[in-house]
Design a protein around this ligand. Structure first.
Ligand code: 0O2
Length: 216
């Protein structure tokens, strides 16, 4: 599977597209690292466990374009594929997810295009995650390109669940046995319960350490 190359310059365009999306990813990644460091300094903890960034492979882009009914051209991929540049932020607690999303949305050079809150409104499969589609300006020698980046923010438990469900989806090509799907829905509930309990425990631990500090 290959992107249709209409002219020699399309090859250059793909290289340029990759360069621009990589630059956009790096910018968001740096912003997140700065926010995380500042958080550590001010609040003495890191809301971000880790970050994964990737550029979607040409094969996956072509597959998605096909699914959407578009020809595999550079123009179509830039216009219709929102997750060429994707970044996944893994947080410890659900409250951190909304905090990070707000902090990103407040940044002057980031424009939020759309938000999908699959945490408040989980998918029927049990999928939970917070998705933001943003644009960030990439400054090139002769132009500024507002570049789309898809940001997924989730807890460690949500990520663990999503990885297994993703594996299942590919293994059974979307036609998984009912009992496995059902078991996954139940696991998603268990993961949510774990997230809620860990959040409550963390708040209790913080409150106790705050009390201790005031007494000292
Ligand atoms: P892959 O293989 O991970 O790249 P859009 O990107 O907006 O055009 P969509 O599907 O409407 O398309 O966007 P949405 O709902 O925000 O989902 C985008 C990505 O979230 C998906 O990318 C998955 O990575 C992830 N995702 C969404 N739903 C599920 C789910 O039920 N289970 C799991 N495990 N992941 C999910 P892709 O391109 O579909 O797949």
């Amino acid at each position: 599977m290959e992107l249709k190359v209409k002219s020699e310059s399309d090859v250059d365009s793909w290289t340029e597209v990759k360069l621009i999306y990589s630059a956009a990813l790096r910018q968001i990644q740096t912003k997140l690292e700065i926010l995380n460091e500042e958080f550590q300094y001010v609040h003495r903890y890191n809301p971000i466990e880790h970050i994964k960034a990737r550029i979607k492979s040409p094969e996956s882009i072509v597959k998605k374009l096909k699914r959407y009914g578009y020809d595999s051209t550079i123009k179509n991929m830039v216009e219709y594929i929102n997750d060429i540049a994707g970044i996944r932020i893994i947080c410890s607690f659900t409250s951190d997810i909304y905090r990070i999303a707000d902090l990103l949305a407040q940044q002057k050079d980031i424009s939020v295009v759309s938000v999908k809150d699959y945490i408040t409104y989980p998918k029927a499969s049990g999928y939970k995650s917070y998705h933001m589609l943003v644009t960030v300006p990439v400054y090139l020698t002769d132009k500024i390109v507002d570049t789309k980046v898809e940001i997924q923010i989730r807890t460690v438990a949500m990520d663990f669940w999503a990885s297994l469900e993703h594996k299942m989806h590919y293994k059974f090509e979307g036609d998984a046995p009912q009992h496995i799907r059902q078991e996954l829905v139940e696991c998603s509930k268990l993961a949510s319960d774990l997230d809620d309990r860990m959040l409550r425990l963390n708040e209790e631990i913080l409150a106790i350490s705050d009390d201790k500090e005031t007494m000292e």
